[in-house]
Design a protein. Structure first.
Length: 357
């Protein structure tokens, strides 16, 4: 992130050259880039997890049941037990050195590298920061901080390659909620889905090639595992499922593979209704039963490793594969702060800043 030092124009200088002496000072005009990720609990104890899960699962974009039906079930049943289980999962992957989740660590690292790249191109005219949809740093607090630093134009970048209502849309919703409370709103642009951007696909394919080159033996199949959504969302017009399928196809083509070398699956099912599938946890077991003794799993929908990848994939899904007879499980890390990933994000940001700088 860039320094939070704010240059001020007092009356008689800069934009206030002709202002009366009693005019309030204003910060120098800048452009902000605000990166957004899903969120993180502040700690792994019961109450920290409960606060985080309550905010997450109360979001109508995530669970769109009627509040009168859902909230009693959530507050009185689900949140009496789930924080213990989720806290245990987070403790297994927690960054103990910094006392924070890996998602927070990685998102900060991404932000610092992107800030460095934009500073080389635009100097002090651009301020880069990051926020979380759930937990801290909150979208509201960081947007206000950028405005206080003089950012009158802000590029809002949800770090989700594929668009989905429960990810991209809710991140946008949150930043718009803050705008509704501001007397002086900054101009705002949102970055669209980038799953078919060639630089993103190149970084993704590079990560797969590197993982395969380092593996003891070549995997029989690559499982591209995406976070799942209820099938109803697809039928109601959410493009996420289709964009995931296209991501897999484009990755396959860039790698020069056959159809049978890669498969699309979905993870993290929650609740009783039908979700898009096949389910990753079940499909990897089926692959083992079919004689696929060595598989690799990649997570193209996650820009950063988090509990859904480090714990769910690399532990629960791995266990399912091995219990069904699988022998070697290779997890392909998310793109995180890889140089080629940062370069891809910088290319996207520079394009979306067109006309502002």
């Amino acid at each position: 992130m860039r320094s939070e030092t704010t240059e001020i124009d007092p009356p008689g200088s800069g934009r206030l050259a002709h202002a009366p002496a009693d005019h309030p000072a204003v910060p120098r005009k800048k452009v902000g880039v605000l990166l957004a990720n899903l969120g993180t609990p502040d700690a792994t104890d019961y109450w920290s997890m409960r606060r985080y899960l309550s905010e997450f699962l109360s979001d109508k974009r995530v669970v769109d049941y009627s509040a009168w039906l859902w909230q009693p079930l959530l507050q009185l049943v689900i949140l009496t037990r789930r924080p213990f289980k989720s806290g245990e999962a987070y403790r297994g992957i927690w960054n103990t050195e910094k006392d924070e989740s890996p998602l927070l660590t990685t998102t900060r690292d991404q932000t610092l590298k992107i800030a460095e790249g934009l500073h080389e191109a635009y100097g002090e005219d651009v301020v880069v920061d990051f926020c979380m949809r759930y937990g801290n740093p909150s979208t509201d607090s960081v947007l206000r901080r950028l405005q206080a630093q003089g950012c009158e134009k802000i590029l809002f970048f949800p770090l989700y390659p594929q668009y989905a209502g429960p990810t991209t849309a809710t991140a946008n919703d949150q930043v718009f909620r803050t705008l509704m409370t501001l007397k002086w709103q900054p101009s705002l642009r949102t970055v669209p889905a980038y799953f078919e951007h060639p630089d993103y696909l190149e970084a993704l394919s590079n990560s797969v090639r590197e993982a395969y080159a380092a593996a003891e033996s070549t995997p029989d199949v690559l499982v591209a595992s995406y976070h799942g959504v209820p099938k109803r969302y697809l039928m109601e017009g959410d493009p996420y499922h289709c964009q995931c399928q296209k991501t897999t196809r484009l990755l396959k083509e860039r790698l020069g593979w056959r159809d049978e070398d890669i498969v699309t699956t979905f993870q993290s099912k929650f609740g009783p209704e039908e979700w898009v599938g096949p389910a990753t946890v079940d499909h990897v077991a089926e692959l083992a039963r079919q004689g696929k003794k060595h598989i690799a799993v990649v997570s193209p929908a996650f820009s950063s490793d988090c509990v859904e990848t480090l714990e769910e994939i690399n532990e629960e899904i791995k266990e399912s594969f091995e219990a069904a007879g699988g022998e070697t499980f290779t997890y392909v890390p998310c793109l995180n702060d890889r140089d080629d990933h940062i370069a891809a994000l910088l290319t996207i940001i520079r394009n979306e800043l067109g006309g502002w700088l």
